[in-house]
Design a protein around this ligand. Structure first.
Ligand SMILES: NC(=O)c1ccc[n+]([C@@H]2O[C@H](COP(=O)([O-])OP(=O)(O)OC[C@H]3O[C@@H](n4cnc5c(N)ncnc54)[C@H](O)[C@@H]3O)[C@@H](O)[C@H]2O)c1
Ligand SMILES: [Zn+2]
Ligand SMILES: [Zn+2]
Length: 389
């Protein structure tokens, strides 16, 4: 089959790889009808995430049609149309039982390596390094789905691929980011990053009752899209983000702040951001937490900082003094996608949201490597790429 594969920083190829096969009784094989490129894939493309190997198949936002099922899988049958969550989860362990699917303690075969780095291992993920299991991803013609009797959600007829594809990741992720904020009537939620995840967080904050959303980015078409969702926007290259949020909140600060940027913010945004860049280049640090610092400082006393932008290791100069003295709550996670999928599918069916509003580019697998660049560089108005193999 054809698939998008990783060969190092900036080197993604479309090539032929062996077709996946059923390896366990609970597996299923999906013929991919649509998949997407995620902001998290850019961390791989930029060589920020360790433990990738040449030839690894990328992709963790995937949907398609079931073409084969293992003998123990009683949930799926050939012909079912499903969306596959990016988290691989057994459905039975301590964490899965409690709905913390991204903390599954059985799905990462390389958990020893993750324990060394992080103390404990999270779940395995599709197409996301050997540290997280080395599973082949879904930017391909076919995908093997482990534990396919608990992960994929069946899609009713009448909904298009583009309407439901993002149930695999960015819609639950943006929704969780807003959910973490425990939104009360009258609340102002500030969202850093108007990429696809930030866009979903903005819409979700309104769905969950926010009175105002302040959206921060610098890319004009991303800010414009945030405004069409009802957000007030701040261009961080033109305005002082802290001052502007103070002004908008009667000097109190935002009720909750969402970091939907993570470890690769724009270097030119501020002095601390440039210092972070130098430290990472000199191997004196692993991450660039400029946005997290700003989100903490812009959050009101006893407010919530909700982190969905991804970080990999150790973060310098994070203002914990500000957080402890002012009673902030931190919430963060790789999304336990399975926990959110059913209710978010319901919201799509009811017409409360159509997540396809972020799509700007549609491509074939062959065009995939070029589209990684377009998406990373935010060229050609690119906000979200959908690939149809
Ligand atoms: N927690 C999860 O489960 C999960 C799931 C999906 C994605 N993510 C992460 O969410 C983040 C966003 O993903 P995306 O797909 O939207 O990616 P993206 O790269 O398209 O979006 C990031 C946006 O942040 C903006 N930005 C850069 N510097 C900024 C700054 N200083 N202030 C404000 N905005 C700034 C960029 O211009 C860009 O529009 C990534 O870190 C990704 O890894 C996490
Ligand atoms: Zn993702
Ligand atoms: Zn589990």
């Amino acid at each position: 089959m054809k698939a998008l594969t990783w060969y190092g920083k900036g080197d993604i190829r479309c090539e032929s790889v062996p077709d996946p096969k059923i390896e366990h009784g609970r597996d299923a094989i999906i013929k991919v009808t649509a998949c997407a490129i995620c902001g998290s894939d850019l961390h791989l493309f930029d060589g920020v995430m360790p433990s990738m190997q040449h030839g690894d198949v990328l992709g963790h936002e995937t949907m398609g049609e079931v073409v084969d099922v293992g003998s123990d899988n009683k949930t799926l049958k050939v012909g079912d149309r499903v969306v596959v969550p990016f988290t691989i989860s057994c459905g039975e362990c301590f964490f899965c039982q409690r709905g913390y699917f991204s903390g599954c303690e059985r799905s990462n075969p390389n958990k020893k390596a993750a324990e060394k780095l992080w103390g404990h291992s999270p779940a395995g993920l599709f197409g996301y390094s050997h540290l997280l299991g080395g599973f082949a991803g879904g930017q391909a013609e076919y995908l093997r789905v482990p534990f396919a009797d608990v992960g994929p959600i069946k899609i009713p007829n009448g909904l298009t691929d583009e309407q439901v594809l993002f149930l695999s990741d960015i819609f639950p992720t943006g929704y969780m980011a807003a959910d973490f904020c425990n939104i009360q009537p009258g609340d102002t939620i500030a969202v850093w990053g108007c990429g696809p995840v930030g866009q979903m967080a903005i819409k979700s904050a309104f769905l969950l009752g926010a009175e105002r959303v302040i959206a921060i980015d610098t890319v004009p078409e991303r800010l414009a899209l945030a405004r069409t969702s009802g957000a007030i926007t701040i261009d961080f290259m033109d305005e002082d983000v802290y001052e502007r949020i103070q002004e908008l909140t009667n000097e109190r600060g935002a009720d909750a702040c969402i970091d939907a940027v993570g470890t690769e913010p724009e270097t030119k945004a501020s002095f601390d951001s440039m210092v972070d860049r130098v430290k990472v280049a000199l191997f004196m640090g692993t991450d660039r937490p400029h946005v997290l610092r700003q989100a903490i400082n812009c959050c009101r006393n006893f407010g919530t900082v909700s982190i969905v932008g991804v970080y990999g290791g150790l973060l310098d100069n994070v203002p914990m003094g500000s957080a402890i003295n002012r009673g902030l709550t931190f919430r963060m996670a790789q999304t336990p996608v399975q926990a959110y999928m059913p209710k978010l599918l319901e919201r799509i069916e009811k017409g409360e949201i159509d997540p396809s509003f972020v799509i700007t580019h549609r491509a074939t697998l062959e065009e995939g490597p070029e589209l990684y660049k377009t998406f990373r560089d935010k060229h050609d108005g690119c906000i979200k790429v959908v690939i149809k193999p």
